[in-house]
Ligand binder design. Structure first.
Ligand SMILES: NC(=O)c1ccc[n+]([C@@H]2O[C@H](COP(=O)([O-])OP(=O)(O)OC[C@H]3O[C@@H](n4cnc5c(N)ncnc54)[C@H](OP(=O)(O)O)[C@@H]3O)[C@@H](O)[C@H]2O)c1
Length: 291
């Protein structure tokens, strides 16, 4: 039995699908069991050790993902609290962290994920820390602007390479490790796509795939922060995202152990099938070029 947290999230949902396709017995933890069908469900949050203990009864491994909490009053404590609950109840864990561990400056949400690693490692559990880079799916929030206005805005330096990861590759690696009972001890698994693109280079790929001009526009950190404030996020969450953007512009992803090989989905392939370039049916969206 494998226990999967966040079965309604973009990574957790796919982990469940892949495990079920492989005929693995799966149990999920969900705040709203009605949202998950066809699997054994334990109701509640995986921040609660009692819920985890119940779900892990007779189980061999746990897939752990700390949910983003836009209202968090302390983002690091939030990650650590989920890690503590998992570390107290599970002896074999695969969790989603981030590359760049070892970066010596503040790194916001990235540092919170490494604090999660610290807690799990200290517990002595068998552990695989998945270390993806910047999710390609982060771009979906601005899909309309890219597709309809030809503008790709981010608070990131235009010409600094930005390592990328498709969440499909995270889910596939998680499912593989969860099914594999041969590994033990603690290790990290960097997950970075075969691309070597800067944000400006990503805009060029977008223009090519969409068949229309797309311009990269670097937002200042102040502009980015004020945009986030406008979304009604907590101060701690805004600080975590802006610190992360600063760290990304300082080359945070170059720290720590680097991937032996860049593998998985390329940005171009991801983009072609994403809602930025495709309708939900998979057909290409017709876009009028700028006049
Ligand atoms: N974005 C990046 O570039 C990046 C890079 C590296 C690592 N990461 C990490 O990736 C993770 C985000 O993964 P994702 O995009 O798959 O997340 P996601 O799609 O936003 O999924 C969030 C999930 O968490 C659940 N959830 C929300 N609040 C909860 C709570 N209080 N208790 C229990 N469950 C709760 C949601 O379930 P409900 O149905 O109950 O709402 C949902 O299943 C974060 O840990 C982040 O640090 C992100």
């Amino acid at each position: 039995m494998i226990v999967v947290t966040t079965p309604t999230g973009q990574i957790g949902r796919r982990v469940v699908e892949l495990l079920r396709q492989a005929d693995e017995p799966v149990r999920v933890i969900a705040r709203d069991p009605a949202k998950v069908r066809g699997v054994d469900v334990v109701a509640g949050s995986h921040r609660d050790p009692a819920v985890l203990r119940k779900a892990l009864d007779g189980a061999r491994s746990l897939f752990l993902l700390v949910p983003p909490d836009r209202q968090s009053t302390d983002v690091t404590e939030q990650y650590v609290s989920y890690a503590r609950a998992a570390a107290a109840t599970a002896s074999r864990i695969v969790a989603v962290s981030s590359i760049g561990r070892g970066y010596p400056e503040p790194a916001g949400a990235l540092a919170a994920a490494w604090a999660m690693d610290d807690v799990i490692e200290a517990s002595g559990a068998d552990y695989r820390s998945l270390r993806p880079a910047y999710f390609m799916e982060n771009l979906l929030a601005g899909a309309g602007m890219i597709r309809d206005e030809g503008v790709f805005p981010q608070p990131l330096d235009a010409d600094r390479p930005l390592p990328l990861t498709a969440t499909e590759d995270i889910a596939a690696t998680a499912a593989r490790l969860l099914r594999d009972s041969t590994w033990s001890g603690q290790d990290s698994v960097p997950l970075v796509s075969p691309d070597d693109l800067t944000p400006a280079g990503m805009a060029e790929v977008m223009a090519d795939v969409l068949g229309r001009p797309v311009t990269y526009r670097q937002q200042s950190i102040a502009e980015y922060r004020s945009m986030l404030d406008g979304f009604g996020l907590s101060g701690s969450f805004v600080a975590a995202l802006t610190e992360m953007a600063r760290a990304q512009n300082d080359g945070v992803y170059g720290y720590g152990r680097q991937p032996a090989a860049r593998t998985g989905t390329s940005f171009r392939d991801w983009l072609r099938t994403s809602s930025i370039a495709a309708t939900p049916e998979g057909a290409r969206t017709r876009v009028r070029p700028h006049s």
